[in-house]
Design a protein around this ligand. Sequence first.
Ligand SMILES: Cc1cc2nc3c(=O)[nH]c(=O)nc-3n(C[C@H](O)[C@H](O)[C@H](O)COP(=O)(O)OP(=O)(O)OC[C@H]3O[C@@H](n4cnc5c(N)ncnc54)[C@H](O)[C@@H]3O)c2cc1C
Length: 460
Amino acid sequence: MPKHYDAIVIGTGQAGPSLAARLCAAGQKVAVLERHQFGGTCVNTGCIPTKTLIASARTAQVARRAASYGIDIPGPIAVDMKRVKARKDEIAGESSRGVERWLKGLENCTVYEAHGRFVAPHEVAAGDERLTAERIFINVGARARIPNLPGIDEVPFLTNSTMMSVDFLPQHLLIVGGSYVGLEFAQMYRRFGSEVTVIEMSPRLIPKEDEDVSEAVQQILEAEGVQFRLAAECLALEKRGNQIVTRLACEQGAPEAAGSHLLLATGRQPNTQDLGLDKAGISVDSRGFIPVDDQLQTTVPGIWALGECNGRGAFTHTAYNDFEIVASNLLDGQQRRVTDRIPAYALFTDPPLGRAGLTEAEVRASGRPTLLGKRPMTKVGRAREMGETQGFMKVLVDAETEQILGAAILGVGGDEVVHTLLDVMYAKAPHTVVRRAVHIHPTVSELLPTVLGELKPLGN
Ligand SMILES: Cc1cc2nc3c(=O)[nH]c(=O)nc-3n(C[C@H](O)[C@H](O)[C@H](O)COP(=O)(O)OP(=O)(O)OC[C@H]3O[C@@H](n4cnc5c(N)ncnc54)[C@H](O)[C@@H]3O)c2cc1C
């Protein structure tokens, strides 16, 4: 006999646990399924461990630059990768254990440590058990996409997940993929002491960003010794002795790049292929994402898809916002929608890139009259005082409504500073609110009113 619940949550990523907790608090009987590590990607192989490692890498870099601040560190800077990894394991592990303890301690919640698979629209197999519920919430996330490159079966490779077990210094790390994940690892390992070569098929890095952003990020990383092979076509992999060789062009032989280890950072693939979705009557799109409406319900009533698996966001904050939307609509009588969300994210290189709203290219394509404000970080007092003057801030404003359309803050504190603009965008307030605000001196945010006071029409 199947066990009946009010709700089943499949996956404990960034939406499922919070949703389960809200449903349980509302008196509903909830089954939560997790097949691997509690907390999902962000906690175990994504945001938390990578930002923890990035903090170690930054410390090494600051130590190397100490002399420029008048501080002498006798002897070379040594990175102990075992201790770097142990610190990461401790911080990420505590978060994962915290999610597990939380769920297992929730009243009305039953946790199944099993793979969930639909056997009917409202029935799920959890290992040997069968569970039924009127409401089912899919929060299964995504994993590293492995490109079907010639030679892929003949070479050992790493992904963001297996990188988490690395407790040694790769002599030369080849990274295929010059976007967000690849670049964070590139700078991190260069700072740990590896040689690093990033191989990117597009002519520029992070091609979703504006060209000036791509260029500046490349310059920042090149200055630290990261090497780039852009516009790399017809990639093919080969093992040669103890080297991994990546061929970079369609012609036979050279050019090629060789390294001791290979990391594939070529995008994400939703975990939807082994969910029995066909048994539930749910089909996926061409990339495996589950189509949902503006309130995140799938095409089958009573089944929702939250987080990365719905293709509506690839971040922890978007997955968490999915939880907030669904919980508010089901439990609080609200009508929240995913299209109310303003795109925002960061690239956690050092300095970081904080992004909100539209890019300059998107604004140009829209054809609307636009004003642009831009300032290099060399003209930001706090950045100069800190000796971290790489990057720039750029803000785009609608010339008619005066509302902020988008921003890119590439520079020290950029991941935090961008929120000043993001909140004004959510308030649908004109940019003059920020322009007239008195910001604290000396901060990076202090220059935002200045940038907005120097807006110029966006030329061709
Ligand atoms: C290297 C890296 C760095 C990142 N850094 C950031 C960052 O700094 N900031 C940011 O916002 N985002 C970052 N992300 C993205 C972020 O981690 C993800 O967008 C986020 O974790 C997605 O959450 P989710 O809830 O959709 O699913 P996930 O966190 O992926 O969780 C899904 C869970 O479902 C489980 N599961 C899957 N299938 C089943 C099944 N059939 N039955 C039972 N359980 C199942 C999985 O085991 C997993 O625990 C990063 C990603 C990577 C790879």
